[in-house]
Design a protein around this ligand. Sequence first.
Ligand code: ZN
Length: 292
Amino acid sequence: MRRGAVLVLLALAFAAAACGGGSGEHRTARTSTSATTTTTTASTSTTTTAPATTANRAPSTTTRTNPAPAASGSLAGKTIAIDPGHNGANGAHAAEIARPIFIGTQTRACDNTGTETPDGYTESAYNLDVALRLRDVLVARGAHVVMTRTTNDGWGPCIDTRAAIGNQAHADAAISIHADGGPPNGRGFHVNTPALIPGYTDDIYAASKRLGVDLRDAFVATGMPTSTYLGSNGLVERRDFGGLNLSNVPKVLFETGNMRNATDAALLEDPAFRQREAVALADGFAAFVAGR
Ligand code: ZN
């Protein structure tokens, strides 16, 4: 009995360490010094032409390289929904982001704070930086892009709204961008795809799996290995992520690396690596839409 209880506790501890999907855990809830915006819920931003500002990119120590040439992997006429996980002021809005939301299999919190690297690069800032880079590459290749947030000083939106944004855009494909808070000795990325849940994901299950495979195959070009601590060949099926369960368009939740691992963290903090991520993910989307 005691061993069973210990195992349960270990499982709960591991679940709390993961960043994805809205666990409601706030273990990294640093008091945000930028939480002066109290009412912002990320608006649905439709982005087609405007070049990204660099104001919200952190760390923004170097200039960004240009997006990949449009010649490779056209996405003309396609709509891609990008969801940068979490938000910078979530920690200052604990009650709001703890609100339970039914996701078909269970209730989950509206959102959580996400994780951070040992030296304090927050996942919410990282996710947005990669997302904006990806947006630029996709737009350069002719895609229409919708985003769930474009700044890092608000809170939310909740996981159901994040899914709804992709649904309302009738996106050809959608991605939630995250980085994991995994075990410090574990490396690599993994792609969460929705499990088969009748009434919820049966309409997107197969396409989401194929999207996950295409994105995984492209992402290895970044140099980040597939996860050493979770999943199989970089793929994991989940039935407890609201952003996936509530999606009506093919969608994955991409854990791009492990922020708690020193080797991964050094890569994630490198702007050149983040640009490689954006190009690789765009290549993955191009492969996906070409195969539809
Ligand atoms: Zn996350």
